[in-house]
Design a protein around this ligand. Structure first.
Ligand code: TYM
Length: 355
């Protein structure tokens, strides 16, 4: 009996500028995984339609996220890089999953509750079904690992629930057709068509917080540009934003317990650790007891050192639209071949007359 081949998949929405949270929570991890794994990275443009149906610049945004992927060091030969709408099998599998997943599961998603606000009846059906499309993105490749920030954890749990329900609901058909793959779930060896995908949420910056309020997530939609560092910010802007970042009057703590009740200090130290590729403990060993006036310039220098080359590379790559479009087109073709294979089997499993 074969086992699932390890495969990494992740996606980024083309809505607004990428920021340091996206970089540390996702892109930096994508780059680290490309040497050890087969990886597929996707600009999830269909997801953006859940925010606004008409975007004046969706094509531009899609290209700019792709340029950011490349500027961070993702190799389009080694990895498959493409935009979601080129591969219609994502939406096809999402439909099947809409018929597997329960409305109650979708209603419980905190992201849906946040985005729909008080008037849920008036939210689009697409916003409610968003996690079903996300599960399809991952499972149409039968991906086993998904690097994401902490905010996507609940969606990844739902992806596992959908996979598990599909495997159970269709277990006889899967066995009959010989499409089952063995996997270990806890102590148990089970057989299924879709893997129970593992989220990869590791390191010291899985949830980068706003520079203006350490209790709020750094986000593309925060009205204050000072709350985030954008990947498009120049060196002066980065230095200024870190200088203005909210802190408290006490010096940096000497141990991890000292961060309790000090979310801004915790956030800045987490950012430093992630940028330097070291543990928080190591950062504290160097800066514990020192004032923010000493720590902030060191953090700014490190941020500029990491982000300036990415920024320059993004501008260089973005100037060559033909190149970016070519990468997405070619990646789309490679992705589509794999997705077609899965969908042929899914249609057979659910019993559609589609060949
Ligand atoms: P999106 O586009 O909002 O964010 C892209 C990635 O950045 C991470 N991230 C953060 N990490 C740390 N701190 C933050 N403040 C922060 N803000 C964002 C996100 O966790 C994410 O990894 N639903 C997804 C896109 C998606 C997807 C997928 C991801 C669609 N299909 C399949 C993985 C697999 C989203 O909206 O991410």
């Amino acid at each position: 009996m074969s086992e699932f081949k390890q495969l990494v998949f992740s996606g980024v929405q083309p809505t607004g500028n990428l920021h340091l949270g996206n970089y540390l929570g996702a892109l930096q991890k994508f780059v680290a995984l490309q040497d050890s794994h087969d990886c597929i990275y996707c600009v999830v443009d269909l997801h953006s339609l859940t925010a606004t149906l008409v975007h004046d610049d969706l094509k531009e945004q899609t290209r700019s996220i792709a340029a950011a992927f490349l500027a961070c060091g993702l190799d389009p030969e080694k990895n498959i890089i493409f935009n979601q709408s080129r591969v219609p099998q994502h939406a096809e599998l999402a439909w099947v999953f809409n018929c597997v997943a329960r409305i109650g599961w979708m209603n419980r998603m905190t992201q849906f509750k946040d985005k729909a606000g008080k008037d849920r009846e008036n939210a689009s059906l697409g916003l409610l079904a968003y996690p079903s499309l996300m599960a399809a993105d991952i499972l149409v490749y039968r991906a086993t690992h998904v690097p994401v920030g902490d905010d996507q954890k609940q969606h990844l749990e739902l992806t596992r629930d959908i996979a598990q329900k599909f495997n159970n609901d269709f277990s006889h058909r899967i066995a009959e057709l010989g499409y089952g793959v063995e996997m270990q779930v806890g102590e148990e060896a089970v057989n299924g068509f879709f893997p129970l995908t593992e989220p990869l949420i590791e390191g010291s910056a899985t949830r980068v917080m706003s520079l203006r309020d350490g209790t709020k997530k750094m986000s593309k939609s925060d009205p204050s540009d000072l709350s985030r560092i954008n990947l498009t910010d120049d060196a002066d802007t980065i230095v200024r934003k870190i200088r203005k970042a909210k802190t408290d009057p006490a010096p940096l703590p000497g141990d991890i317990e000292g961060f309790v009740g000090r979310p801004e200090a915790d956030n800045l130290v987490g950012i430093y650790a992630a940028l330097a590729g070291i543990s928080r403990e190591k950062v504290i060993a160097e800066f514990g007891g020192k004032q923010f006036s000493e720590f902030k310039p060191a953090l700014a220098e490190l941020a500029v050192e990491t982000l300036a080359p990415i920024n320059a590379e993004m501008r260089r790559i973005s100037a060559d639209l033909g190149y970016v479009d070519g990468v997405l087109r070619e990646g789309g073709e490679r992705a589509r071949q794999r997705a077609e294979e899965t969908m042929k089997k899914v249609y057979e499993i659910v019993g559609l007359l589609a060949d």
